[in-house]
Ligand binder design. Structure first.
Ligand SMILES: Nc1ncnc2c1ncn2[C@@H]1O[C@H](COP(=O)(O)OP(=O)(O)OP(=O)(O)O)[C@@H](O)[C@H]1O
Ligand SMILES: [Mg+2]
Length: 366
């Protein structure tokens, strides 16, 4: 896939303009707070998954405006295509002149792998960071997955609200059983997708990590989920339901649900020791790089086309060796890299440099 150009209007701080890209490396340079990440975010919204910053629709619209409008020209499936997005309190998406029911209709049509400094939290941070990574990666491959997450969170919020007020209400147990049943069914679907994805992710991550560490170290990944049963989705649902039932008393006391997919984790180990507790800074960076490159490889396999790679301010997080590894690995990909000073980043001289100042873009070279 190749993004040819983007037009944005009323999108965050970006001035209305059409910006053209090169097939190779596009470097977005500029001082802090000028609009580099905003541009990358705008491009990535055309993947159909939510903003990689987790932004709500109203945050994407320029302050004081009522809507944002964007258009992306891209090449995929051997043809030039046009995608449009109008953002109000919801997103209206159009692909090649045809209105889509939702922006998730873009999933699989235009794909991106995003590397951001937030991903450093993949190893250092809590389990929520790793679930976010898994959910983002899976969403780009299965259009139905984001809906499962919304559904799960909706039932979870209802169950929690019910737990908070029902301690003293007679006859609450049958009601709770209904929430448990629904939560378990949706939870099992999510757990099975996560397990399947991690299974594929393992091999790729090991292979890439082996390359980054020149065979000196070994990474391993494990899905940590208290109720996942490899036999079937039905057994997984039953195991989750039983877990909820067993811990009902403590859930009621605390007024929240302590078990379920919202507590899953992806355990990352280097040389059989927890990366979070024992890995060095450099090893942690290598883990993140390997995971993200593995995500990119799996997405390419799944959609049968190379996604674009978006590197938001990550070069400064990597040392020279890892920068080289990344740039070599991304050879042949269309890459978007944001950084404050393009001259400090190795290998960017062959790219097209676009600078941004107060939301206004200028092509400097390439
Ligand atoms: N909805 C909005 N309306 C107007 N301006 C906005 C909106 N959302 C964000 N901004 C502005 O966009 C700017 C931030 O842009 P962005 O995050 O792209 O910066 P950046 O160039 O990536 O900076 P850094 O190098 O620090 O990462 C800020 O000045 C912020 O106030
Ligand atoms: Mg930024």
């Amino acid at each position: 896939m190749i993004a040819r150009s983007i037009y944005t209007e009323n999108f965050r701080n970006l001035s209305p303009a059409s910006i053209e890209f090169t097939d190779g490396v596009n470097v977005i340079g500029g001082e802090n707070g000028q609009g580099k990440t905003n541009l990358l975010e705008a491009i990535c919204l055309f993947t159909g998954v939510r903003s990689f910053r987790g932004a709500k629709n109203n945050e994407l619209i320029a302050k004081g405006e009522k809507f944002a409008r964007m258009e992306l020209q891209f090449h995929a499936e051997k043809r030039d295509q046009t995608a449009q997005l109008v953002i109000t309190d919801k997103k209206q998406a159009t692909l090649n002149g045809v209105k889509l029911a939702a922006a998730t209709g873009f999933i699989g049509k235009f794909c991106a792998v995003v590397f951001s400094p937030d991903h450093m939290g993949l190893v250092k941070g809590g389990s929520a960071d790793r679930r976010k990574f898994l959910d983002g990666a899976i969403s780009q491959q299965y259009p139905a997955y984001p809906r499962l997450l919304v559904e799960y969170n909706r039932i979870l919020a209802q169950r929690n609200a019910f737990l908070k007020k029902s301690v003293s209400t007679a006859g609450f147990e049958p009601m709770l059983e209904i929430w448990d049943e629904n939560l378990s069914k949706t939870g099992a679907k999510i757990a099975c997708k996560r397990a399947e994805y991690i299974n594929r992710l393992c091999g790729k991550t090991e292979e890439i990590f082996d390359g980054i560490s020149s065979g000196r170290e070994k990474i391993s990944l494990r899905y940590q989920c208290g109720f996942f049963r490899p036999e079937s989705e039905r057994e997984t649902a039953e195991a989750m339901r039983k877990q909820l039932e067993t811990h009902r008393a403590s859930d009621l006391t605390q007024g929240c649900t302590n078990y379920g997919c919202h507590r899953d984790d992806l355990v990352i180990s280097v040389n059989d020791m927890s990366a979070r507790s024992f890995a060095s800074q450099g090893q942690k960076r290598s883990c993140v790089l390997a995971l993200k490159l593995a995500e990119a490889a799996l997405l390419e396999e799944a959609v049968g086309e190379r996604p674009i790679a978006v590197l938001d301010d990550v070069m400064s997080e990597l040392d020279g060796l890892r920068q080289d590894y990344l740039m070599n690995h991304m050879d042949g990909w269309q890459v978007f890299i944001s950084c404050c000073d393009p001259h400090t980043v190795k290998g960017l001289d062959r790219g097209r440099i676009i600078t941004v100042e107060h939301g206004k873009f200028a092509a400097v070279s390439g």
